[in-house]
Design a protein around this ligand. Structure first.
Ligand code: ATP
Length: 209
């Protein structure tokens, strides 16, 4: 049986427990074999990250060093031009032709998915997992809501390799990278929002001050 693989992209500027704990919930609830964490190079939809790609990669490696089901994957950093999720899924499909693939998104990201490059082809390559983010009243545009209803998964869809949308209840942690950067810039202690090893390297590199 081919391995089931989760795909969690983000700026990870920095990685925090609001990414990691919900991702572990998804891994366990959907019985995934592993989750690839993929820092984006030039996110098309938002401000550019403060930490460099190499620094964000280093923070990711430190964050997951005690869990071998989390894999740091730098494939978007090698690509030229803007990083589009559809291209990432294509590259996963080439590497793992027989695996069920699960693209994992927070509800905030899912709610504006119709602005993404070739968004309506994403399900040709993978499933989509939607994690409910705290304080998020997901106002989905009608188009996305219709798409969601058309493709929402049933229990027996687990054997499929792609094509379904899986809403998954996760641990609600109201943590954001924006808040962590703001705390650090005000010399406040970000401890217990992200792994200690990540806090240490942020200090050593002088990030977010
Ligand atoms: P920023 O505050 O800089 O926008 P962020 O904390 O939202 O960053 P990203 O790297 O943009 O982190 O997030 C990557 C993915 O993880 C997105 O799909 C996002 O919705 C999801 N995510 C981030 N924080 C949480 C959280 N606390 N709970 C659930 N999902 C989250």
């Amino acid at each position: 049986m081919a391995e089931s693989i989760g795909i969690l992209g983000g700026t990870f500027d920095p990685i925090h427990f609001g990414h990691l704990r919900p991702a572990l919930d998804v891994l366990e609830q959907l019985n995934l074999d592993r989750i690839h964490l993929i820092p984006s190079a030039r996110p098309p939809h938002r401000e550019q990250p403060q930490a460099t790609p190499e620094q964000r990669l280093t923070m990711l490696h430190l964050a997951v060093k005690n869990n071998e089901q989390f894999v740091v994957d730098d494939r978007e950093l090698h690509r030229e031009g803007a990083s589009y999720t559809i291209d990432t899924l294509l590259s996963f499909r080439q590497d793992f032709p027989d695996s069920p693939l699960y693209l994992i998104l927070g509800s905030d990201a899912f709610s504006h998915i119709q602005t993404w490059h070739h968004w309506d082809e994403l399900l040709d390559f993978a499933h989509i997992v939607v994690m409910q983010r705290p304080n998020e009243t997901v106002a989905m545009p009608e188009q996305v809501e219709h798409w969601f209803e058309q493709h929402v998964a049933n229990q027996d869809d687990a054997k499929l390799k792609s094509g379904k949308i899986w809403p998954i209840a996760v641990t609600q942690l109201a943590i954001s990278a924006t808040d962590i950067r703001s705390k650090i810039s005000q010399s406040l202690n970000p401890q217990f929002l992200l792994p200690d090893a990540v806090i240490q390297i942020i200090g050593m590199l002088g990030l977010y001050r």
